[in-house]
Design a protein around this ligand. Structure first.
Ligand code: TYC
Length: 161
């Protein structure tokens, strides 16, 4: 892109669904055009000294050349992913935790055992990362599987950074 650039300022991510972000595009004139048209004041983001500028031959600059071309458009960012977290407790049998991990998160025995052991030793373990609705559904189903057997097994979710 020569002689033309744009700046983007996206508002910070908030919430967890789709994130429409306000993005301001400021079209800049080429250095040559800027020299003859005036300057863009970075504070007010408006063009200064444009009224008296002349174009090439010395003709007065037409009104249309004085406009600051700034427009705001909505840009949809990708939704944040959510972690499913396994929480340790003192009652759910290890084998049952492994069983649930294999069934709900499609893990093999070895992976499921290592995740269970990490939660057992450290208190929690990130099981996997999904789109929010999938993470919540899996966490609920896995927690319910424990509750159906009378265990306090708990899976929670939280958004990724
Ligand atoms: N701490 C449990 C036990 O010793 C096993 C267990 C591991 C339970 C991980 C929950 O998220 C968990 N029987």
């Amino acid at each position: 892109m020569t002689g033309r650039s744009h700046e983007e300022r996206a508002s910070p991510a908030r919430g967890s669904g789709n994130r429409p972000a306000n993005v301001t595009f400021t079209a800049e004139l080429s250095p040559t055009a800027r020299a003859s048209f005036g300057r863009l004041d970075p504070q007010s983001r408006t063009w200064q000294n444009v009224g008296s500028a002349l174009i090439g031959s010395g003709d007065p600059m037409p009104d249309t050349a004085n406009k600051t071309r700034t427009r705001t458009r909505l840009k949809t960012e990708r939704p944040r992913l959510h972690k499913v977290i396994l929480v340790n407790d003192d009652y759910t049998p290890r084998e049952f935790v492994v069983l649930v991990l294999k069934a709900e998160f499609r893990m093999n025995e070895d992976h499921a055992y290592r995740v269970m052991l990490t939660a057992h030793q450290r208190g929690t373990c990130v099981v996997a990362v999904y789109a929010q609705d999938i993470a919540e559904t899996k966490a609920t189903r896995a927690t319910d599987a424990g509750r159906a057997k009378g265990y306090p097994l708990l899976f929670t979710t939280e958004p990724e950074e």
